[in-house]
Design a protein around this ligand. Sequence first.
Ligand code: SAM
Ligand code: SF4
Length: 498
Amino acid sequence: MAVEVVHVDSWMKSRIKEEEYAKYMEHGRDFLPQEEITATLEANKNPDPERVKDILAKSLDVQTLEPDETAVLLNINDEQLLQEMEEVARRVKRKVYDNRIVTFAPLYMSNLCINNCLYCGFRKDNRRANRKVLSLEEVRQETEVLVGEIGHKRLIVVYGEHPSTDIDYMVSTIESVYGVKVKSRNGWANIRRVNVNAPPLSVEDLRRLSEVGIGTYQVFQETYHRPTYERLHPEGTIKSDYHWRLYCMHRAMEAGIDDVGIGVLFGLYHWKFEVMGLLYHARELEGKFGVGPHTVSFPRLEPALNIPFTEHSPYEVTDEDFKKIITVVRLAIPYTGMILTARESPEIRRDVIHSGVTQTDASSKIGIGAYAAGSQSQEGSKQQFYLGDTRDLDEVVRELARMGYITSFCTAGYRCGRTGGNIMELLRSGKEGKFCKLNAVLTFREWVDGFASEETRVVAEEIIAKEISEIKETMPEIFPHFMKYYDRIRQGETDLYF
Ligand code: SAM
Ligand code: SF4
């Protein structure tokens, strides 16, 4: 045990490389002007409707907003202006992403963690957490269920921060996921895109993640508000270093990962400040690297076993404000993907999906090893928090189709180099939508033939027919080529994309 303590201690000390973030700071200052944010929010109260109209026009033109413009939107309370704002958010989403929703599942690899975040079920001091690290064989078993029984094509793999699950473990587990192939009703199925939610890593470690072929590298700042950050991440832990975390996307870009996901854990500090933080972060990445965040996530604090903090936060976000957060993020960073997770209940998901969401998970289980264990219940001691929506993918796809959305299983983007700066331009101009529409139909067809229940298939056929006729009308030059691929998928071929 003593040996273990020494090992963990020296490992922790070697993690943070101050020179890897100090070089991006200006005279020791970061890009998050805490006081200025508060002042900007204050100065833009009671917005003038004409100004709001101009700002909404800018969003509709897919331009990133300025901080004062974002503050204006955050301060809107007038019912009519709110409705206008929501309507424009819907139009921006349609313009950039059409009616597609991308789906994925989380795969939690381990719940060992040396940090002690006050809100998390995996925190080091949580004695009631039942600790487990998946072996490579267990990773394979989990993936087989996700691929073979549910039909997922994208995963987000999730890690705590611990020497036993460092970069070597991350690389081998990701390789294991990519190595799984399962026979489905129509051909071979596999995971084609692994996104990663992991602690902030060094440039060297991030290069290794890049080499193994990941999709998005995702790290949430949790809160951009420095005093709150310091209070919730006890001193002496790696996570207590605000700047090591704040600059991890800079390091990712440096390491060749230009597809990054940022986020806030809403409920830790005031939501208006946090949305401003997300905007500053996006603008900083755009300014320094010419590439903004590929995705923004907005988890809300959920209860967790033996974590009293989650039940008494003074900054709890109401459902109404949650919807406003999603709407304003869609308008302020109009090109970005937005992820709504199964932390939220089906009712909330139904309501806010129209406000600009582009990705959502389904059939999710966040207990370590829970997919292969086949347990229906959420076992508190092995998971980070409790989920609000445990419906399976088939049901979620069916509901989305009834609402007019096509579920896309497309993973072509990063495999054809449509990432980072390339995709930013395609998204802004609406051109990415073309590839995505074709690939959404092809991958949805493949999933329906391989995995859908009869009830879902009936609804899915309607939406597929509608999409095909739109492709015929709007892309006549590519339509014959598209139909060849479509027919080949119907014959049992898989993984065809533009
Ligand atoms: N350990 C890594 C880290 O902290 O960056 C990544 C994994 S952590 C398991 C993933 C995310 O879960 C965290 O970044 C945090 O935003 C979120 N989270 C933690 N506790 C939560 C809670 N009680 N409710 C909802 N989300 C939570
Ligand atoms: Fe560990 Fe991440 Fe949980 Fe913090 S949020 S305790 S770093 S797993």
